[in-house]
Design a protein around this ligand. Structure first.
Ligand code: S3P
Length: 425
């Protein structure tokens, strides 16, 4: 894709539904009794992978534009899957579904694309095994393909070394089926969508600080799930508005769960001009309309407990930092290396190619902002968040940029380029 400079961005955008919440809606809807209606569902490739996997286990799922009806089978109603469960590019499907499959009375096999075949799964295999699960990495490398032989599980208290909502959620899903309480303690608090949705569906779950405990469930009850816009998708528009002259973008109905709103704190630390109007009367998850305007930005330090609350936004925050005065330091973000791509190395490589002053560190990046960017050949490495971040950078650079494998945005935001272009002048 060829991308050139944009003069300004103006207007309103309704970003697609939250990816994390959409996945969880399919999974809990499948395990509940009754019909769950999911409104504002993200029809991106990752969430469609979740739909396809649960259909293969006998769950009836109807899709109408961005509304999905899941005809729940109950906690013990899944059927042995016909063939391999293909998770595509989706880490969330892989890890959360592993927790469910580990407790079924059948065996299953999970596989996915080249990227998912390199991502670390020992982080879920280990705690699930402590609960009695039988999970084998077929190639012995701790990655998919995974062969899961369902077993009776028992509750554990697991101290996870990484703050990961996917790990936490895999254990909590397994905990629904265990013979006693299951507790997870994290080093920092990761996104809590699973906890909120478990509660709404009637599971007995409570959190205190970084610790969450779930009791075994007898039954879950179908719910209406209203999915807010994904703050991770809104982030590209926030940054585009902040770094481009004469710009103002309003993002409608964006999820602002405090375990996900780190980007707003970064906008504040950098001195961005924005406001948030919180909506009343929402189910399960808080949301707001957010307006961001052209801003004079200053570099800042990003590290510690804030990292899990903005982990997926760090590639586009690196772009933001290129347009801030002074230095931005991102630390404690080594998890970026094991996302859909190594997001530290790739963002550094791409932004350097465009003339940015940016260096990789062991656990993040150091960016000296203020150097103008110029067009270059950049590569998404088929990582959707890299593609969208580099698009925002290219729209603020002199000359032409060629973005390789730009189409991968279909994973989380199929109409991203159309929405960006609609607001661009
Ligand atoms: C997700 C959790 C995060 C995030 C991913 C989605 C989820 O991963 O990066 O895009 O839906 O639980 P980790 O939990 O591994 O940090």
């Amino acid at each position: 894709m060829n991308i050139t400079r944009v003069k300004s961005f103006n207007g309103t955008v309704r970003v697609p539904g939250d990816k994390s919440i959409s996945h969880r809606g399919i999974m809990l809807g499948s395990l509940a009794k009754g019909d769950t209606e999911i409104q504002g569902f993200l029809m991106g490739a990752d969430c469609i992978s979740s739909i396809e996997c649960f259909k293969r286990m006998g769950v009836g799922i109807d899709t109408y534009s961005d509304t999905v009806i899941v005809h729940g089978k109950g906690l013990h109603g899944l059927r042995p899957p016909f063939g391999v469960l293909d998770v595509g590019n989706s880490g969330t499907t892989t890890r959360l579904m592993s927790g469910i499959l580990a407790a079924q009375n059948f065996s299953s096999k999970i596989d996915g694309d080249a990227s998912i075949r390199t991502r670390p799964m020992r982080r879920v295999i280990k705690p699930l095994s402590l609960m009695g699960a039988d999970i084998e990495s077929e190639n012995g490398n701790g990655c998919v393909p995974l062969i899961i032989s369902g077993r009776k599980l028992h509750g554990v208290h697991y101290n996870t070394p990484v703050a990961s909502a996917q790990v936490k959620s895999a254990i909590l899903f397994a905990g629904l089926y265990a013979d006693g309480e299951t507790t997870v303690t994290e080093p920092s608090c990761s996104r809590n969508h699973t906890e909120l949705m478990f509660k709404a569906f009637g599971a007995d779950i409570h959190s205190e600080g970084n610790t969450v405990t779930v009791k075994p469930a007898e039954e879950l009850t179908a719910q209406l799930v209203q999915v807010p816009g994904d703050i991770s998708s809104a982030a590209y528009f926030m940054v585009a508005a902040a770094i481009t002259e004469n710009s103002e973008i309003t993002m409608k109905n964006v999820g602002i769960n405090p375990t996900r709103d780190g980007i707003l704190k970064v906008l504040t630390m950098m001195g961005a001009d924005y406001d948030v109007r919180v909506k009343e009367h929402v189910e399960i998850e808080p949301c707001a309309d957010i307006t961001v305007r052209s801003s004079s930005l200053t570099g800042c330090e990003i590290g510690g407990d804030i990292i899990p609350t903005l982990i997926d936004e760090l590639p586009v925050i690196a772009v933001l930092a290129c347009f801030a005065k002074g230095q931005t330091v991102i630390r404690d973000a080594e998890e970026l290396k094991v996302k859909e791509s190594n997001r530290i190395d790739i963002m550094v490589e791409n932004l350097k190619a465009m003339g940015a002053d940016i260096e990789a560190t062991d656990d993040g990046m150091i960016i000296n902002g203020g150097k103008p960017l110029h067009g270059a050949e950049v590569d998404s490495y088929k990582d959707h968040r890299i593609a969208m971040s580099m698009c925002v950078a290219a729209m603020n650079a002199d000359g032409d940029t060629t973005l390789k494998d730009a189409h991968c945005v279909k994973i989380s935001y199929p109409h991203f380029y159309e929405d960006m272009l609609r607001l661009a002048h």
